[in-house]
Design a protein around this ligand. Structure first.
Ligand code: SF4
Ligand code: SF4
Length: 345
């Protein structure tokens, strides 16, 4: 079936139409930091400035802080009330392919490893509309991680910039259904398809940072106990946690109760394995030394996740490189892991 297209001037109308059915989220800088925020019904200036959000769109399904339930002490124990349900499903507009891939990776933990009702209730009902990158950052290395900056199988609809229009690809049945109910779209022509093909290639070629991940799982396994190597890797890290909190595939959270007299609320909030006090509430942090925590971050993505799910839990979005205050660079770390055949003790 032929793809559709939408004129850039008609994006406001398109989002308004989708907004009748969904809570539409789009890139915003309202708080000073680019993040997906509920669309205000008029501003589409993000189409000019948007490269990627600082806060990854995982926040839509695993919010930085989330109410799990409320409780009240009664005569015969505690009464538990679930949190209020969101009235409408979310439509995330302009998700980058790297972040869409990250959410598919997160699904493995929140759906396959265990079924997390908080995450899944939001994720399953959401629509992801992707937007191809035309201006990747210097820190991006998505093409080395199996992601193409202007193509995605992890969204429901994919938009490609073809000049005055966006080509609209129907990727999933959910996306197809939405398009069948959407007005104002035109059929894409052969020339539009040719422009989209060119745009995909141009975007791909703009990602110049490369990373060779060949054999990385085994290299990390063999270097796991090499304290000297990990000390060096961790030397300049200040344990601020930014690279994990804002990584689209990281999902650690902490759980806290807020109690006032007989009533309270249980929350979960983002946490980081990079923090010295991580897991200190239920027990001691088994990773007292910084190098052990940095090793955990790297190995979780490039060794443990591949062992469990057969996929590296890094999409090359480059956030951890762009946002690190001391220029710690995961690509340099991965490249520096020694090629050994046996573990070094
Ligand atoms: S962002 Fe940089 S300094 Fe902060 S925890 Fe990550 S590597 Fe360390
Ligand atoms: S490890 Fe860094 S580059 Fe990889 S997905 Fe996380 S933030 Fe992006």
């Amino acid at each position: 079936m032929a793809n559709k297209k939408v004129n850039k001037k008609d994006i406001t109308g398109l989002l308004k139409e989708w907004g009748q059915q969904f809570a539409v989220f789009a890139p915003s800088r309202e708080s000073g930091v680019a993040a997906m925020a509920e669309w205000d019904g008029k501003d589409t200036s993000f189409l000019d400035w948007y490269r990627n959000t600082v806060v990854p769109p995982k926040a839509s399904f695993l919010p930085p802080m989330e109410e799990m339930f409320r409780f009240q002490k009664g005569k015969e124990g505690y009464n538990i009330a679930p949190p209020p349900k969101a009235e409408r499903s979310q439509l995330l507009f302009d998700v980058r392919p790297c972040d869409a891939r990250a959410m598919a990776i997160l699904d493995m933990t929140f759906e396959q490893a265990l079924e997390d009702p908080y995450y899944l209730s939001k994720r399953k009902s959401a629509i992801l509309v992707g937007l191809g990158c035309t201006n990747p950052c210097e820190s991006c290395f998505c093409t080395s991680m199996g992601v193409s900056p202007a193509e995605s199988a992890d969204v429901d609809l994919m938009l490609i910039d073809i000049g005055d229009d966006f080509l609209v690809e129907e990727v999933t049945a959910k996306g197809k259904e939405l398009i069948s109910k959407t007005s104002g779209l035109k059929e894409a022509t052969k020339e539009d398809e040719a422009k989209a093909k060119q745009a995909r290639k141009a975007s791909y070629d703009k990602v110049t940072r490369k990373l060779d991940t060949g054999g990385i799982k085994d290299k990390l396994l063999a270097s796991f106990d090499d304290e000297e190597f990990w000390e060096k890797v961790a030397a300049k890290c200040i344990s601020c946690g930014i690279c994990t909190l804002l990584c689209p595939t990281c999902y650690c959270f902490d759980i806290n109760d807020e109690l006032v007299k007989q009533e309270g609320t249980r929350f979960r909030s983002w946490d980081s394995c990079g923090f010295p006090n991580y897991t200190k509430m239920p027990m001691e942090n088994p990773r007292q030394e910084k190098w052990r925590r940095v090793r955990q971050k790297v190995c979780h993505k490039y060794e443990f996740y591949p062992m469990t799910f057969n996929v590296i839990a890094c999409t090359g979005c480059g956030r951890c490189i762009r946002l690190c205050p001391v220029n710690w660079d995961i690509t340099q770390v991965i490249e520096s892991v020694p090629a050994r055949t046996e573990a070094k003790k």
